[in-house]
Design a protein around this ligand. Structure first.
Ligand code: SF4
Ligand code: SF4
Length: 179
């Protein structure tokens, strides 16, 4: 399979630089408001701050994939003497907590890297993090080219033209048996 270049977008988080100002939450929710910038409700943000000032914990977390089920096993982290709660590092929108759910509809929220119109040079949360706790990086990676369904269809059509439908179907049935 041939390789193609894919752009990978990354936001690096330096928790030591985060002071818990929550500008990232405000900027994200305003950018994704409808109409744009018409409101700024951190509950609608796709980045949330895990914030426990007494433990000196300020941890920005990006919304990832939605998951239907709550985990049965959880992890506890202690880093530099700071103890984090079991779900603090998790990016999932899941049934066990309200994080990363649209407050009115309950629909899951996911970070889209601000790829919405108008195109942004940098994600909004990065632009508004004045402490440089968030930095944006892009890199290129070589990945295997995805086979497009249309390409498969064209390939099958040309085989049918060349060998006839029955012969192609017999071959597929034979291959399926081998598997
Ligand atoms: S990259 Fe954009 S969508 Fe993702 S958390 Fe930051 S502001 Fe929100
Ligand atoms: S804007 Fe930066 S410093 Fe402020 S809470 Fe977000 S990540 Fe932390």
């Amino acid at each position: 399979m041939s390789k193609v270049k894919k752009k990978v977008k990354v936001i690096k988080i330096d928790v030591d630089k985060c002071n818990g100002c929550r500008a990232c939450e405000v900027a994200c929710s305003a950018f994704h408001a409808k109409p744009k910038y018409s409101s700024n409700n951190p509950a609608r943000s796709r980045i949330r701050l895990i914030r426990e000032p007494l433990k000196d914990v300020y941890l920005p977390v990006y919304a990832g994939e939605y998951t239907k089920a709550e985990c049965t096993g959880k992890d506890k982290y202690v880093i530099d003497g700071k103890e984090y709660d079991e779900c603090d590092f998790c990016r999932a929108s899941c049934p066990s907590r309200d994080l990363f759910k649209e407050p009115d509809s309950g629909l899951p929220l996911k970070c889209d890297m601000c790829e919405d119109d108008p195109p942004q040079e940098k994600p909004l949360c990065v632009q508004w993090c004045l402490n440089d706790a968030l930095t944006y990086e892009e890199r290129e990676e070589e990945v295997e080219e995805e086979v497009k369904l249309e390409d498969v269809e064209i390939g099958v059509e040309s085989m049918v033209d060349k060998y006839g439908l029955q012969k192609v179907m017999d071959t597929v049935a034979r291959m399926a048996k081998k598997e």
